[in-house]
Design a protein around this ligand. Sequence first.
Ligand SMILES: NC(=O)c1ccc[n+]([C@@H]2O[C@H](COP(=O)([O-])OP(=O)(O)OC[C@H]3O[C@@H](n4cnc5c(N)ncnc54)[C@H](OP(=O)(O)O)[C@@H]3O)[C@@H](O)[C@H]2O)c1
Length: 284
Amino acid sequence: MISGKTKVVGLIGDPVKHSVSPSMQNAAFRKLGLDYVYVPFNVEKDSLQSALSGLKALKVRGVNVTIPHKSSVMDHLDEIEEPAKKIGAVNTIKREGQLLKGFNTDGIGAQSALKEKIDELKDKNIVILGAGGAARAISFTLAEKGANLTISNRTTSKAEELVREIKKKVGGKVKEIPQDRKRLKEELEDSNILINSTSVGMHPDKDETILTAKEMHSDLTVMDIVYNPPKTHLLKEAEKAGAKTISGLGMLVHQGATSFKIWTGRKAPVQTMKKSAKKVLEGK
Ligand SMILES: NC(=O)c1ccc[n+]([C@@H]2O[C@H](COP(=O)([O-])OP(=O)(O)OC[C@H]3O[C@@H](n4cnc5c(N)ncnc54)[C@H](OP(=O)(O)O)[C@@H]3O)[C@@H](O)[C@H]2O)c1
């Protein structure tokens, strides 16, 4: 029950009404018996600064940050953790007194989802589709882990820029290839992991996929970060090719679990969060 002692966390973004996070985070608080509540706040672009002042005034413990504020919010924070600085985006804020600290849990969320099926990421050959916000978080995190990355984006210049930044800030083996089925098939022959971090295949365009079974093989692990629907067209094609699959629910839950730990200091009940997220998505 909410009382005068209840700690408030939440989400700022625009829109927020379809977010799975309120259900997932509140289920986790209930499971551990923590006196917290997670509330979505619809914050328009022009209101970001005043919303952040409001977090301090209202003593909100912390928030997740989503579209369109993930980059612009960085100009208004007092401290930003190193991975978020490199990635250039913040998806979690923790208030400590009058200070707002920024974190990025997307990359670590993807890494934890991969680790459920793969022991070691170092020296793995990984093909990443996309060069948007999520792809940036995932690429920087996996580069830090010593994976060899090949990035392929519809807009080539964005992938080239991401490769340049990773080389400069992290180093390691990272290259760009065009988003062309034939070229991707060749690259995948020597790869261990494929990650779709584009929005292709997301509801309502559920029949879309960048690759089909013909381009994949049974030694691949394929992760799609699109979580609505949980089993995307790409994952169905990956199954046809005999590949192992990881759905976007994994990253969704693990990025949320990392935010939960940042706010509460407690290890999140990941299975409870997964069950709750699944239930919401199945109802959509
Ligand atoms: N599971 C999770 O926890 C999680 C977390 C974050 C995001 N996501 C999901 O990840 C997806 C991407 O999010 P984001 O924040 O990175 O978005 P974003 O910054 O807008 O980037 C979108 C990416 O998708 C590509 N793309 C869009 N339409 C395409 C098409 N028709 N063909 C080929 N590529 C296309 C874009 O390529 P161009 O650069 O060429 O436009 C870009 O690389 C969304 O579906 C989001 O819901 C999931």
